[in-house]
Design a protein around this ligand. Sequence first.
Ligand SMILES: [Mn+2]
Length: 326
Amino acid sequence: MSKFSDIIKEIEKAESIAVFVHVNMDGDAVGSAFSFAKALKDYGKEARVVLNDNPPPYLRYFADEYVTGTDEVFDLAVALDCGDMARLGCCRAIFERAHRHICIDHHVSNEGYGDVNYIKAKASSTSEIVYELIMDLTGKISSRQAEQLYAGIITDTGGFKFSNTTPESFLYSAELLKCGADIGRVCIEIYECESLGKLKLKSRALDSLKLYSGGKISSVILTEKDFEETGTEFSDCEGFSEIGRSVDGVEAAFSVTVKNQVKVSLRSKSYVDVSRVAAHFGGGGHVRASGFTLPADTDVDKLTEEIVKMFEKEILEHENERSNSN
Ligand SMILES: [Mn+2]
């Protein structure tokens, strides 16, 4: 794996730098991208954030200047929090057109598609890596950057609740607080600015909840109709994949969202490696949180059956291993 010094060398050589994130951006994507772009500017570079889309409402507070398309050819393109090039979406061409490429990420499935790759699967979030990188690059973090990075850490760790939380998640958060982050404000922006439509969509998600395999597996399914009737967007179901996992006794949960395409999120509580199941469908992610996308005309019932079967197999394997070791 490359080191920060390799990344800094590339930054030094470049004049114009563009920062990219994954489609369906989340708090980590937005937080790491804008705080990093600011650090690049502080370092004397011309830096720009290039997004696929406008950030969803709950992340708007964390966004600074960005573009959603450009003909520019950048000296250096930096992809943050993006497990593979396909997830750059329509920004992929702009990324590929740049002269040099850096990939900074924490997805275990990332094979490294840059000239320089810094992939640390143990990091809770890309924001955690970017915090370290900024400290090496400029050694300073403004209160604004601190709020952006803190947003990235708390969204990817579920507010320090998920098992991907590291000692660094806490240590850096403490540092970010010292840098002037208003963490109360950050939480209000992310968690307490829900639209009525989003809450109604959540109620539909709860209604759709189903259990399988004696309650070890759960599903949540949202259809085009649910979005239409509640007047919501895809980004409004952010975080819903955790609903199924929160049920007592559930080990593996999945959510299927039908909106222009079929988006599946996989979650597990303590032992199922959902990134393996996601990889089977051409997706990827983390051990406890992964996902994949399929075309809109996918047979959802059949897909549901397939996922349940794969989860059952993973659960059974684990139970066999446990009884063998006893
Ligand atoms: Mn992330």
